[in-house]
Design a binder for this molecule. Sequence first.
Ligand code: FAD
Length: 280
Amino acid sequence: MSTREYPLGISFEFFPPNTDAGREKLLLARDALAERRPRFFSVTYGAGGSTQARTHNTVRQVRECGITTAPHLSCIGSEKAQMRELLEGYRADGIDSLVALRGDLPSGMGGVGELRYANELVEFIRAETGDHFEIAVAAYPEAHPQAPSFEHDLQNFARKMQAGADLAISQYFFSAEAYFHFVERARALGVEAPIVPGIMPITNYTKLARFSDACGADIPRWIRKQLEAYGDDSASIQAFGEEVVSNLCRRLLDGGAPGLHFYTLNQSAPTLRILDNLDC
Ligand code: FAD
């Protein structure tokens, strides 16, 4: 039972599993995490070649426990007619929260489509469906990897919020200062909506390093060095990772973060250990 209260509470992100075993594992994780009474779950789209139909099916399964579940959707490479149909399908199925993204085109794939950036997608969703959906968008405290500068990215972030997003969820990071700096700068540009930090539990150094390089998340040198030194000692990696990420969460919440969004990778244990450390 939570002893801490935050305006947006906690939320957990899953990805659509590929196999029956993966589905079972996801539903076990969902059940364990549901006990922490999250505000919502979300289900990613696109990574690893998954389709929007698989995201939708996973949303249906995850929400059977009664907790609001938001599909992620991305607009790059799509036409407006496709997006309209997708939104209608979600609305008809009782879905009222979305995570709206530009996404990335798989390399070598065709044109960008009619909606080029997330701000255009948010505008389109509002024009098509009014206030039906609560819309979350992505934020990058350490700048999006393709952005020519932090300022440029920040302006685009503000544009996306002003297009009608209700909240933002950040890319993960390990520097609380980067988050607080981003929030302060966004507020100065008139962004009032909550910006929820995205939290990545540390469980495997090799995967984390690869993923962080791709998405532009910085692993500070002191963390990298310590994780490298543990080599194959996964127990030590997990113990150290748990301490680092729990301390980060504490600093974020103490500093006014409105909630925490966990990238669970369909595992409950690492996230639950962090929540236990936080009394959440
Ligand atoms: P945008 O906000 O459109 O920004 C993309 C880039 O374009 C940035 O560099 C920005 O500065 C620039 N830009 C934005 N608007 C404009 C404009 N109007 N004019 C010029 N430049 C502009 N990926 C997946 O494949 N599936 C997922 O489910 C998924 N979920 C995610 C969830 C979260 C919380 C986060 C943080 C990321 C997620 N991603 C996911 C990754 C995301 O798709 C990529 O980071 C993608 O490259 C950018 O998407 P975006 O919505 O942030 O794009």
